[in-house]
Design a protein around this ligand. Sequence first.
Ligand SMILES: C[C@](O)(CO)[C@H](O)COP(=O)(O)OP(=O)(O)OC[C@H]1O[C@@H](n2ccc(N)nc2=O)[C@H](O)[C@@H]1O
Ligand SMILES: Nc1ncnc2c1ncn2[C@@H]1O[C@H](COP(=O)(O)OP(=O)(O)OP(=O)(O)O)[C@@H](O)[C@H]1O
Length: 300
Amino acid sequence: MTSATMDPMTQTLTEAAPAKINLYLHVTGKRPDGYHLLDSLVVFAGAGDTLRYEPGPEALHLVLAGRFGAALSDAAGPDNLVMKAATALEAVCGPEARIQGGRLVLEKDLPVASGIGGGSADAAAALRLLNRAWSAQVGHATLLNIAEKLGADVPVCLASQSARMEGIGEVLSAAPALPDCGMVLVNCGQAVSTPDVFRKRDGAFLPRAALPARWPDAATMVADLAELDNSLEAPACVVCPPVQTVVSAIAALPECLLSRMSGSGATCFGLFPSVWSAQAAAARLAQSQPGWWVWGGGLV
Ligand SMILES: C[C@](O)(CO)[C@H](O)COP(=O)(O)OP(=O)(O)OC[C@H]1O[C@@H](n2ccc(N)nc2=O)[C@H](O)[C@@H]1O
Ligand SMILES: Nc1ncnc2c1ncn2[C@@H]1O[C@H](COP(=O)(O)OP(=O)(O)OP(=O)(O)O)[C@@H](O)[C@H]1O
């Protein structure tokens, strides 16, 4: 390969934007500004969107593609989290950065407004991608600072590695070492608004969970997770009743170890003893529920 094709200013660059899954999510309190304090174990699945950058002379713009691109077709403008991330990054770049225009192509393969942080993952992917493409060399702390302002889920999506998430999403620490396991993701097709679900939540706050440093196997992890909860699952069922049907359908699949909703919904996940058993279960469910979005595979 010649040095010209290696130049990030001319090269097409691609970044994965993996789905974020909350294995448990405890709302532990509420801040005076209305934001909720959380304790959550976040992992990333093999499912995700893909962001591609094709540098060019035209002003930077976004093109939407993929299965769910049409669901966002009104949102390819400056309000899209990808473009917000690009604008915020440009604002902090030093004079040595080589800011360039061109096309960002978002392959939107995750359902929109679905509790698996698609928009947050896209924003984080845009920060990583353009920081590289523009040779901006903005440090991790500055990227994190931008991420926090873009949304509560964007900081954890920046590294896209499993993490414990606290505060309103900005306090990140190491997750327990995870065992090999498989995951199924299922969405019934109804978009769910995160603020609506937080607003519907009532009842007691849940405590911060006690987690081990590692889980030796999937059965041990599931035994611990079964003692924990997603505080937003009950309010999400009010906003979107099919969530309960989806959780039950996943739980009924062969070898399913645990079934629960992710984030503010409506996507639900199942944990399985292996990637293979998750893929087999997903294929079975996709056949019986052709209207649902179903994915099976492993964690990142
Ligand atoms: C539910 C989670 O997905 C769990 O990972 C996140 O906390 C939500 O992250 P997000 O979608 O990036 O959320 P944001 O876009 O920052 O906030 C959307 C809205 O959700 C509510 N919100 C969000 C995060 C939080 N810790 N407390 C809240 O009350 C607020 O009403 C806020 O206006
Ligand atoms: N690139 C994007 N992808 C998805 N949604 C976006 C994007 N940019 C802006 N949005 C808007 O953000 C809102 C939330 O979308 P997203 O898919 O991130 O929700 P979510 O999966 O519920 O996220 P979370 O789990 O972080 O609450 C949508 O209503 C959508 O219109």
